[in-house]
Write a protein that binds this ligand. Structure first.
Ligand SMILES: Nc1nc2c(c(=O)[nH]1)N[C@H]1C(S)=C(S)[C@@H](COP(=O)(O)OP(=O)(O)OC[C@H]3O[C@@H](n4cnc5c(=O)[nH]c(N)nc54)[C@H](O)[C@@H]3O)O[C@H]1N2
Ligand SMILES: Nc1nc2c(c(=O)[nH]1)N[C@H]1C(S)=C(S)[C@@H](COP(=O)(O)OP(=O)(O)OC[C@H]3O[C@@H](n4cnc5c(=O)[nH]c(N)nc54)[C@H](O)[C@@H]3O)O[C@H]1N2
Ligand code: SF4
Ligand SMILES: [Mo]
Length: 695
C-alpha cells in the first residue's frame, strides 16, 4: 500500500488529495491537510477520479467509426488517417475549412496547455472556438481592456476582505471560478467571523445565498443596471477615490449619471433603498471586493457587467489592496505563455461576430458548418469538449456535426458529441498524468505552488494528451516545406510538459524548479497576494483607462431592457456539487441520490398556469422545446425558471452506460444561439425567454 499526493483537477479549486494505491488500484482518496491552499478541503467529486480511472466505458485505444459501430485501431494508423483527412480537406477547400472546438477540461490538464495550442496553430484556421465564449469571455475582455492582458484577472482577496459582494456565482456548488479558493464555504464563514459581510445577488436563493448575510433577487440579465447604479451612488456620496494611475473617471461619471437607484430598481427588481445601502456599505467598508461569475457573464450584458465590477472595485480604491481585489503572482508566470489578447481583428463568416484572442464565439459554430459557401467548415477537431450538450441550440450543433465530411475527437468517451467523430483519440486519465497547475495558480487567492508526479503508471499502449498533440503536430508540420519556423515548432513539440514547467519555474519570480517542488509534494506556500500596481500593468502607459469605447458605446442598449410579456418566464442555469458540466454523469457514486435535473419554478408561477409540482412540462423558447419534470421552489424568483445544463444523455450511439440512465433534458436544446452579448458575442444562456405549459 502506498499513499501518493496529487491535486484534483476536476474543477478550479485544485484541491490537494492523498490517493491510496493497493496492488495498482486506488482504494482511497482524501483531502491533503498539508496543502497550503486547500488545507484538506475536498468535495464529493474527488473520489470520482477513481471512477474515471476504472470506468469500463472510458476508451484506452483509438477507435474508428465503421458502418456498424466502432473498431479499435493502433495509434500510428489513427494519426495517419486524421492527418491525411485534415490536410486533404484543407487542400481542397482552404485552411478555414477545418474547425476546432476546445472544451473546458483542457485548462485542467498540464499536457493540453503545454502542447495543444502548438498543434492547433499548425492547422492555421480562423475557425477556432472554445467554451470561453459560453463562459468567462467578458471577464477576459475586461482584463484585456483595463489591465493589458486577457488573463490578468483581479481576484477577490477573500481571506482578508470585510465586504464581499457576489453576483451570479454559486461557489458553494461550483467551488469557485476565475477565483481559485478551495473550501470557499469555510472562507465565506471566516469573512463573517471576522465581522465582515457577504451579500449575494442572484435570481435564485442559492446554497451560497444561504450562508451569506443578505441575498437579493435580481431579474436575470439586468445586473448591469444594478452595477451602474452602485457606481452612481458611490460617486454621489463623494466616496470615489481612484488611484493616481486611473484615467477616464470623468467618462464613467457621465455614463452613470442617469443611473439612479430608482431607475435601476424598476429594471432589476432590487429596491432602491437596498441599492443605496449596498453602495454606501461597499464604499465605506475597510476592504471590499465585488465578484461576478457565470450569471453575469453568459448573459446579454456580460461585457458591461464585468467592466462595471472592475470599475466599482477601482473607484472605491479596492483594486490592488489587501482585502480588495488583487493580482496573484504564481511561480510560473502564465501571462508570459499566452498572448495579451486582441478583439475584432476578424469576424465570423456568417454572422460577423468578432474574434477574441483568436477565437470566434461558439454561438456561431453550427451556422459556420451548415451554411454553404467559401470558408464553410467541412471538418472538425474537438478536444475535451461536448458542444452538443454545452453550447446553445445544441440540437443544431448535433445536426451540424452529423453533416461533416470528417471529424476527429480527442476525448476519452464516446458521448453526445464524439459519437459524430470518424476517429477518437483517447488520452490517459488524470491519475496517470504529472501535474502542475499553470492556469489556476494564476487565479488563486493565495500564492502557492505544487508539482505532482503521476499517481499511477500509464499502460505502455496508452498516450498522454501531450503525446497526442505532439504526434499530430509533428505529422502536420512535416507536411509543410522546410523553414526555420518548422524546426522551432518541432523542437517545441518534443519538449515534455515537465521540461516546460521546469523552465517556467526557473525564470519565474521565486526561482523554483520541478526538482525543488518535488521535495514538497503537498505544495509550498508563497504567501498572501501582494500589491503590484501600477508596475504590473501590461499597458505600456502603466495606466488604467476606464473609458473603454467598446463598453461605453454599448450602454445605450440597456435602455432596451424591455419588460417580458406576461406569459413569459426567464430561463437561467444552475450547477450541483455532484455534477460537472456534461461529463461526470457516468460515475454511479456521483449520480446516486435525489434527481437534480428538474426545472425549478416558483409556486405562484405554477399556480398561474395550473401546473403542479413534479409534473412533466414543456419549456419552449425561440430555439426549440423540451419536456422536463418541474419542481416547485420558493427559492426561485417569481418570473424565473432554472434548469441545469449537461443533462440530456441517452442519444443513439453514445457509450455511457450510467449517464444514459440519468433523467433530464439538455438545457441547451432551448438556449438560443441567436442570443449573445453584443460586445463580444458571448452566449447568453442566462435570461432566455421561455414559456412553460403542461406536456
Ligand atoms: N446552458 C448552459 N450551458 C453552459 C453553461 C451554463 O452555465 N449553462 N456553462 C458553460 C461553461 S462555463 C462551460 S466551461 C462549458 C463546458 O463545455 P464543454 O467543455 O464543451 O463541455 P464539458 O461538459 O466540460 O465536456 C468535457 C468533454 O471533455 C472530455 N474530457 C474529460 N476529461 C478529459 C481529458 O482529460 N482530456 C480530454 N481530451 N478530454 C476530456 C469529456 O469526455 C467531455 O467530452 O459549458 C457551458 N455551457
Ligand atoms: N459542481 C460543479 N462545479 C463546477 C462546475 C459544474 O458543472 N459542477 N462547472 C465549473 C465551471 S466550467 C464553471 S465556469 C464554474 C462556474 O461557477 P459559478 O459561476 O459559481 O457557477 P453557477 O453555479 O452556475 O453560478 C451561477 C449563478 O448565477 C445565477 N444567475 C443566472 N442568471 C443570472 C443573472 O442574470 N444575474 C445574476 N446576478 N445571477 C444569475 C444562477 O442562479 C447561479 O446561481 O463552475 C465550475 N465548477
Ligand atoms: S472542489 Fe472538488 S472537484 Fe474541485 S478540485 Fe476540490 S475536490 Fe476536486
Ligand atoms: Mo466554465
Amino acid at each position: 500500500m502506498t499513499v501518493r499526493r496529487t491535486s484534483c483537477n476536476l474543477c478550479e479549486a485544485i484541491c490537494g488529495v492523498l490517493v491510496t494505491v493497493e496492488n495498482g488500484r486506488v482504494t482511497d482518496i482524501r483531502g491533503d491537510e498539508s496543502d497550503p491552499l486547500s488545507r484538506g478541503h475536498i468535495c464529493p467529486k474527488a473520489v470520482a477520479l477513481r471512477d474515471l480511472q476504472e470506468d469500463p466505458d472510458r476508451l484506452t485505444t483509438p477507435v474508428r467509426r465503421t458502418s456498424d459501430g466502432w473498431e479499435e485501431i493502433d495509434w500510428d494508423a489513427a494519426y495517419k488517417l486524421v492527418v491525411d483527412k485534415l490536410t486533404g480537406i484543407q487542400k481542397e477547400h482552404g485552411r478555414n475549412s477545418i474547425g476546432v472546438y476546445l472544451g473546458n477540461p483542457n485548462v485542467h490538464s498540464l499536457g493540453a496547455l503545454t502542447h495543444m495550442p502548438t498543434m492547433v496553430r499548425q492547422l492555421r484556421t480562423r475557425n477556432k472556438f472554445s467554451a470561453t465564449s459560453i463562459d468567462q469571455l467578458p471577464q477576459m475582455l475586461s482584463s484585456y481592456l483595463l489591465y493589458g492582458h486577457q488573463l490578468m484577472v483581479a481576484v477577490p482577496d477573500i481571506d482578508r476582505t470585510s465586504y464581499l459582494l457576489i453576483l451570479g456565482a454559486n461557489p458553494l456548488a461550483s467551488n469557485g471560478s476565475m477565483m481559485t479558493a478551495p473550501g470557499f464555504g469555510r472562507r465565506l464563514k471566516d469573512v463573517r467571523k471576522r465581522g465582515g459581510k457577504v451579500v449575494v445577488i442572484d435570481p435564485r436563493r442559492t446554497e451560497t445565498a444561504a450562508v451569506a448575510d443578505e441575498h437579493h433577487f435580481v431579474r436575470p440579465g439586468t445586473d448591469a443596471a444594478f452595477l451602474l447604479a452602485l457606481i452612481h451612488e458611490v460617486i454621489s456620496l463623494g466616496a470615489a477615490r481612484p488611484a493616481e494611475y486611473i484615467d477616464g473617471f470623468a467618462a464613467v461619471e457621465e455614463a452613470v449619471e442617469a443611473w439612479t437607484p430608482e431607475r435601476a430598481a424598476a429594471i432589476t427588481g432590487i429596491p432602491a433603498d437596498v441599492i443605496r445601502r449596498v453602495a454606501g456599505e461597499f464604499a465605506t467598508a475597510d476592504r471590499a471586493a465585488c465578484y461576478g461569475r457565470v450569471g453575469v457573464s453568459t448573459q446579454q450584458f456580460g461585457a458591461i457587467c464585468q467592466w462595471a465590477i472592475q470599475v466599482l472595485n477601482i473607484i472605491t480604491g479596492n483594486l490592488d489592496r489587501p482585502g480588495g481585489t488583487m493580482f496573484p503572482r504564481p511561480a510560473v508566470n502564465t501571462l508570459l505563455g499566452m498572448g495579451r489578447g486582441h478583439v475584432g481583428v476578424w469576424k465570423s463568416r456568417v454572422r460577423g461576430l468578432p474574434e477574441f484572442g483568436g477565437e470566434l464565439p461558439v454561438s456561431t459554430l453550427a451556422e459556420e458548418i451548415l451554411t454553404p459557401g467559401d470558408g464553410q467548415i467541412r471538418a472538425m477537431v474537438t478536444v475535451a469538449g461536448n458542444p452538443v450538450l454545452s453550447t446553445p441550440n445544441g440540437r443544431k450543433v448535433d445536426e451540424a456535426l452529423g453533416s461533416l465530411e470528417f471529424m476527429v475527437a480527442i476525448d476519452p468517451y464516446i458521448n453526445e458529441t464524439t459519437r459524430h467523430a470518424d476517429v477518437i483519440l483517447p488520452p490517459a486519465p488524470p491519475l496517470e498524468r504529472d501535474h502542475y497547475d499553470v492556469v489556476f495558480h494564476q487565479l488563486a487567492v493565495r500564492n502557492t505552488a505544487r508539482w505532482n508526479d503521476a499517481v499511477l503508471p500509464k499502460p505502455a499502449d496508452a498516450r498522454h494528451d501531450w503525446e497526442i498533440f505532439r504526434d499530430l503536430g509533428l505529422a502536420l508540420v512535416r507536411r509543410t516545406p522546410w523553414s526555420r519556423r518548422r524546426v522551432e515548432v518541432m523542437a517545441r513539440l518534443r519538449l515534455s510538459p515537465r521540461r516546460i514547467v521546469d523552465a517556467g519555474l526557473r525564470i519565474g519570480p521565486y526561482r523554483l524548479s520541478v526538482a525543488k517542488l518535488r521535495k514538497s509534494p503537498g505544495g509550498i506556500d508563497l504567501g498572501p497576494l501582494q500589491p503590484a500596481l501600477p508596475g504590473a500593468l501590461l499597458h505600456k502607459s502603466k495606466r488604467i483607462d476606464l473609458a473603454q469605447r467598446m463598453i461605453l458605446d454599448d450602454l445605450p442598449r440597456l435602455d432596451s431592457l424591455a419588460a417580458v410579456s406576461a406569459d413569459e418566464l426567464l430561463l437561467i442555469g444552475r450547477r450541483h456539487l455532484r455534477s460537472n458540466n456534461s461529463w461526470m454523469h457516468n460515475s454511479a457514486r456521483l449520480v446516486k441520490g435525489k434527481p437534480r435535473h428538474q426545472l425549478l419554478m416558483h409556486p405562484h408561477d405554477l399556480a398561474e398556469r395550473a401546473l403542479i409540482d413534479g409534473q412533466l412540462v414543456t419549456v419552449t423558447s425561440a430555439a426549440g422545446a423540451i419536456s422536463v419534470e418541474v419542481a416547485s421552489s420558493n427559492d426561485i424568483m417569481p418570473g424565473v425558471v432554472s434548469l441545469p445544463h449537461g443533462f440530456g444523455h441517452n442519444r443513439a450511439g453514445a457509450r455511457l452506460t450510467i449517464a444514459n440512465q440519468v433523467a433530464g433534458q439538455s438545457a441547451n436544446d432551448i438556449t438560443d444561439a441567436g442570443l449573445t452579448d453584443a460586445v463580444a458575442g458571448t452566449a447568453a444562456v442566462n435570461g432566455v425567454p421561455v414559456t412553460v405549459t403542461a406536456s
